[in-house]
Design a protein around this ligand. Structure first.
Ligand code: C2O
Ligand code: CU
Ligand code: CU
Length: 573
């Protein structure tokens, strides 16, 4: 593990420092293949001379940027030195569910977790953060979050700025609510302090050349609408899951919680000048957290939301003080980047329809929880079983009054359309978060590859952390149907199922041991639709399931013994 210390950029020129501002903190880096992360309690001075209680990784606030190479086998040790349980999730990375760090993969205080995986992702900007159910917001808001930069050969061949802290800067933009003692209030809808890399009112000295920024909206709730104070163009080069096919010239970029974007700004010829990055929140329509009204109209109120100078107004994010260029600057915006090949709609095996609704209907709904398909998160319920290598369209409709950023683990997806219209160019790359506005239907396509049959599921959820913690999250597992098809081959825990193929009306399911241990079963179609389910009244060692009502075909049967389950493919004839 190569370590670089927290570096604070303190280069400044006298001419441009007119307002009292703070030099931005740039997180240190860890690189190589072995990473050690120490989660710790701390105190941090957001305000001069005032200690705020925080949580951090290898320090008091935020965490180091992990630099990984595609194809490397990485070995991460996460030591939980907090006095409470948490988890660490690698947001956006394609790893097995066991290594994914979701709510099931808890790390007790004093314990360590050691995920090991091959980096399969394309060069891009990912991030890590806690994911403990009902505690995600608290642990993220108190400070645990860090960047992951993946590099690969395809990206290395491009003439892009890539010297960390010199012409390539990570910027995590967050809002927080501080009380009178400057302690962080969680949860809160009164987030009125903007921080970039944990720095309030930040400035950054940038050389007068092409600079790359890796933007992450790490806020619990707030959506931003980034733009430059002189309304000049900047160039988006990457979305959540890697580089775009070509730079996209923009003057505005909307980003919701969890989303990342890589942008280039050309500061060439502007030495001695100052430029600000703004969030033009006045341009938001109502129905977005960040607009004047977070719900669809003035009557939909959110406790604590108004008044707040950030809502529906334009505000500064960071000031760039432009200094002399480096000796070897990047001076041009490339014309092409990497191959991005969306999955054609014709390859889809199934469309799943998802629906967001408020728990409380009517004008007070913003203060309640939200459902996905009428249900709320249950650690013990797997909501979708997805066959390995399935290509799926997810069609998500928002029937609530506020926009929700939808996030799915395991995969990157391609947005197909928004209410039937092609998505904006900024959403045509690989994504893992998409904002779904009230009354909108967004469809995306993705493929579930490589990882299956893990003991824990993956998550999909709203990335507004109050909503996520409030249960706006469900789970899926990926099941490899090509294993376990042999007749009478014992499954995990010695379960046996026969006959297979099922040629008469009944299927017998037997627990391998003499002990009566079956508790329930579920029968799924190949597309993951539950066809039958049953609970075994008294725990028993053998049950007969009547499948006469099920049409011929391939299915999979899941048998449960308490918390453990085994899945087997069956043929009904
Ligand atoms: Cu960024 Cu499920 O999380
Ligand atoms: Cu994630
Ligand atoms: Cu939400």
């Amino acid at each position: 593990m190569k370590t670089k210390l927290f570096l604070t950029i303190t280069i400044f020129t006298t001419a441009v420092l007119l307002s009292a501002q703070n030099p931005i903190i740039i997180p240190g880096t860890l690189s190589g293949t072995a990473f050690e992360l120490n989660l710790q309690n701390g105190t941090f001075q957001f305000y001069d001379g005032i200690n705020t209680t925080t949580m951090g990784v290898n320090g008091d606030m935020l965490g180091p940027t992990l630099i990984m190479q595609k194809g490397d086998d990485v070995d991460i040790t996460v030591n939980n030195n907090l006095d409470e349980t948490t988890t660490i999730h690698w947001h956006g990375m394609h790893v097995s569910a066991e290594n994914d760090g979701g709510p099931h993969t808890t790390i007790a205080p004093g314990a360590s977790w050691n995920p090991q995986f091959t980096v399969l992702d394309k060069a891009g900007t990912y991030w890590y953060h806690p994911h403990l159910h009902e505690k995600t917001n608290e642990h993220v808001s108190k400070g645990i979050a860090g960047f992951i930069i993946v590099q690969d050969e395809e990206a290395a061949a491009l003439d892009l700025p890539r010297t960390y802290g010199v012409d390539d800067f990570p910027l995590v933009i967050q809002t927080k609510d501080f009380d009178a003692q400057k302690e962080i209030i969680v949860p809160s809808n009164s987030d009125d302090v903007l921080l970039v890399n944990a720095t309030i009112d930040p400035y950054l000295a940038v050389p007068a050349q092409v600079i790359r920024f890796r933007l992450l909206n790490g806020s619990s709730m707030r959506v931003f609408n980034f733009g430059l104070s002189d309304n000049s163009a900047f160039y988006m080069i990457g979305s959540d899951g890697g580089l775009l096919s070509e730079p996209l010239s923009l003057t505005r970029l909307q980003m919701s919680p969890g989303e990342r974007a890589e942008i280039l700004i050309d500061f060439g010829g502007k030495e001695g000048q100052q430029l600000k990055m703004m969030s033009y929140a006045a341009e938001f329509n109502n129905g977005i957290y960040g607009a004047t009204y977070p719900g669809m109209g003035q009557m939909m109120t959110l406790d604590g939301y108004n008044p707040n100078a950030m809502n529906g107004t334009n505000f500064e994010v960071i000031t760039f003080n432009i200094v002399a260029p480096n000796s070897d600057p990047v001076t041009t915006i490339p014309t092409a980047l990497v191959d991005v090949t969306p999955i054609p709609e014709s390859e889809s095996d199934i469309t799943r329809n998802l629906n967001f609704t408020p728990e409380v209907s009517g004008p007070d709904q913003l203060n309640g929880n939200f459902f996905i398909n009428g249900t709320t998160f249950d650690m013990d319920v797997i909501n979708y079983s997805i066959p390995l290598n399935n290509t799926e369209i997810w069609s998500i409709t928002n029937q609530s009054g506020i926009a929700h950023p939808f996030h799915i683990h395991d995969v990157q997806f391609y947005v197909l359309d928004r209410n039937g219209n092609p998505p904006p160019a900024s959403e045509q790359g690989r994504k893992d978060v998409v904002l779904i506005k009230p009354q909108e239907t967004v469809r995306f396509i993705t493929k579930f590859e490589d990882f299956a049959n893990d003991p824990v599921p993956y998550m999909f959820h709203c990335h507004m952390l109050i909503h996520e913690d409030g249960g706006m999250m469900l789970q899926f597992e990926v099941v490899d149907l090509t294993i376990g098809i042999e007749d009478n081959e014992p499954g995990a825990d010695g379960f046996v199922l026969f006959p297979n193929p099922v040629t008469d009306d009944y299927l017998t399911l037997k627990s391998g041991s003499e002990e009566a241990s079956l508790t329930s079963y579920e029968l799924y179609s190949l597309t993951g639709k539950m066809m039958m389910q049953g609970t075994v009244a008294d725990k028993t060692a053998e049950i007969k399931i009547n499948v006469s009502g099920i049409s011929e075909g391939l299915y999979f049967l899941k048998a449960f013994s308490g918390q453990t389950a085994f899945t087997q493919k069956i043929v009904i004839q």
